[in-house]
Design a protein around this ligand. Structure first.
Ligand code: DX5
Ligand code: ZN
Length: 230
């Protein structure tokens, strides 16, 4: 079984102290930095771009950076994120005119590729490109904002995606994004996820409990998942 990876979404971090926030959450045991890129076009919000990704690398962040593109068009910005130090680059199929080409572009730029599925987007987009994805990301909220509630229908979709991955025999990670908390992470893992994005569930909750220390909330997530199969 692939290891569980916890991926704090820096969308809920304190942007005025971003480097320190990322250092702290990694020191607390997080595995991956989830980096939400929004363009006020594909989604109704505006966040951060390649300059901030590069700044985190220059700051000394060596952990994988998981760039979640909520932008349209996609291809223009892919090489910029590869040069800025992205590890994964995932995008929404609705945002690319040529999904296969974009997946190839991401790998050709030296990054791991992934497709992101909105709550109402069918998994059928995967049918002819399974061999070109390293990550499948299921949105359990509609993209654009942190702090929303997990949409329950995503549980069944996770089970379907897990079945497809296992049948393919490929080493594809199954990531979940939106409304993930210590309280529901065990059920999400049991449904098939192996990579867990949490924004408000880590940064806001952790900050409430112990200002700018995230050890306890990440420990709670790991304890909840211990012994749960997928
Ligand atoms: C939403 C983003 C998420 C967001 C999740 O569009 O893709 O990564 O930060 O936030 P929470 O964990 O608070 O639902
Ligand atoms: Zn995200």
């Amino acid at each position: 079984m692939a290891p569980d990876l916890i991926a704090p979404s820096i969308l809920s971090a304190d942007f005025a102290r971003l480097g320190e926030e990322v250092d702290n959450v990694l020191a607390a045991g997080a595995d991956i930095v989830h980096f939400d890129v929004m363009d006020n076009h594909y989604v109704p919000n505006l966040t951060i771009g390649p300059l901030v990704c590069e700044a985190l690398r220059k700051h000394g962040v060596t952990a994988p950076i998981d760039v979640h593109l909520m932008v349209k068009p996609v291809d223009r910005i892919v090489p910029d994120f590869a040069a800025a130090g992205a590890t994964f680059i995932t995008f929404h199929p609705e945002a690319s005119e040529h999904i296969d080409r974009t997946l190839q572009l991401i790998r050709n730029e030296g990054c791991k590729s992934g497709l992101v599925f909105n709550p109402a987007t069918p998994l059928s987009h995967l049918e002819y490109v399974m061999d070109k994805v390293d990550m499948i990301l299921l949105m359990s909220v509609n993209p654009g904002f942190g702090g929303q509630s997990f949409i329950p229908a995503t549980m069944e979709k996770l089970r379907q995606a897990r079945t497809m991955i296992d049948a393919s025999g490929l080493a594809i990670r199954l990531e979940i994004d939106g409304g993930v908390k210590a309280e529901n992470i065990a059920e999400i893992k049991a449904a098939g996820a192996d990579t867990f994005v949490a924004g408000s569930g880590i940064f806001s909750k952790g900050r409430d409990e112990d200002p700018h220390r995230y050890d306890s909330i990440i420990r709670q997530m790991r304890e909840a998942m211990a012994g749960v199969g997928r």
